[in-house]
Design a protein around this ligand. Structure first.
Ligand SMILES: NCc1[nH]cc(CCC(=O)O)c1CC(=O)O
Length: 351
């Protein structure tokens, strides 16, 4: 076909080479990247996007307990090296797996609309008629989770339950739960992952701040997607700008600020819950619990939040309230344990 005068005007993005989108190689990560690419393609129909899945440190080592890696960059290091080198143009992350401080030259360019941020209970298939909620479980029932945040918060409210590490992708975890000889009664997972993987029907209880017993708060950024790009790559930053969800961004920036201020990685037991009230007021509830579930610090604040800067300052004030009510002591103990285990990659055996 020959070119004619009636062809659309070529915009600057039309000249862009293929935009390379990196992500982890799990089914969930690839699904999330596909979602981002399909939304970006609607906004920028002439741009060509290509998804590249990569295995992360945590994907390769499924033995070492997550919290013993020290948290920082666990899911993101190798992808970030490629982004910095220009082999990728953006990375789609589960926001909760993104460290709160990024390497020099990289930025959190966009937070997309957030999925349900809550944790949920999934009951082993053969026990579904017997148990629906955590309160239904008998003493000694085994809860599968490898998240110290989930374990600590549940221990605090349900001290009669037992915990056992559970790693792997969502499908693997569900398979291990349901296996005839499995010792698990339930799993705790993020609603977001199950929703995205079309496994809604497995959810038997949503956990939140006012769940019976209270205080079941989610991970910072849970349910959100964070897109990382190079700070000096204005073209990509412009592409991403239209995809941002301002209310999700402000809530998540406030949550991330609490975590950053407490200097915790993604694997320390900070739970949060954010809710938008009337008149741009954001309520942020946060908790830090020790691994045994015997000590906790709680905080809650409501403030009017209209900008990223205000969200960050708000998060710092909530962190201060946590520290004032005993969070630092709890975090110090966890950090000492991590220090002591720095060179020992050992399986996680819950106390
Ligand atoms: N830690 C692993 C992880 N990272 C992101 C999700 C999915 C939930 C989300 O997008 O926040 C999960 C699984 C889970 O916690 O159940």
């Amino acid at each position: 076909m020959s070119t004619s005068a009636t062809q659309p005007v070529i915009t600057s993005h039309t000249n862009m080479a293929t935009v390379k989108v990196g992500t982890r190689k799990s089914a969930l990560a690839l699904k999330q990247a596909d979602y981002v690419v399909s939304e970006l393609s609607k906004l920028h129909p002439t741009v060509n996007f290509e998804v590249k899945g990569m295995h992360s440190t945590a994907d390769k080592d499924k033995v070492t307990a997550l919290y013993k890696f020290g948290g920082k960059g666990l899911w993101t290091n190798e992808l970030e090296a490629e982004l910095t080198a220009g082999d990728l143009d953006m990375i789609v992350h589960s926001l909760k797996d993104m460290p709160t401080s990024l390497p020099d030259g990289l930025v959190l360019a966009c937070i997309t609309p957030r999925e349900d941020p809550r944790d949920v209970v999934v009951v082993k298939k053969s026990l579904q008629d017997k148990y629906k909620t955590l309160a239904d479980l008998p003493a000694g029932a085994v809860v599968g989770t490898s998240s110290v945040r989930r374990m600590a918060q549940i221990r605090r409210r349900y001290p009669h339950l037992q915990f056992k590490d559970m790693r792997g992708n969502i499908d693997t975890r569900l398979r291990k739960l349901d296996a005839e000889d499995s010792e698990y009664s339930v799993l705790i997972l993020a609603a977001a992952g199950l929703h995205r993987m079309n496994q809604h029907q497995r959810i038997s209880q949503y956990l939140e701040g006012n769940t019976e017993g209270g205080g079941m708060l989610y991970a910072v950024g849970q349910g959100g997607l964070g897109i990382e790009a190079r700070a000096n790559d204005q073209k990509t930053l412009d592409l991403l700008k239209q995809l941002e969800d301002p209310s999700a961004m402000l809530a998540c920036e406030a949550e991330r600020s609490v975590m950053r201020t407490l200097e915790g990685g993604c694997s320390i037991p900070i739970g949060v819950e954010t809710k938008w009230l009337e008149d741009n007021k954001l309520r942020l509830t946060a908790t830090v619990v020790n691994v045994e579930g015997t000590e906790a610090a709680d905080a809650e604040k409501i403030e009017e939040i209209k900008s990223r800067e205000e969200a960050v300052e708000f998060g710092k004030r909530v962190a201060k309230e946590l520290t004032d009510s005993g969070a630092q002591k709890i975090l110090d103990v966890i950090n000492e344990d991590r220090e002591a285990n720095r060179d020992k990659a050992q399986p996680f055996i819950p106390a």
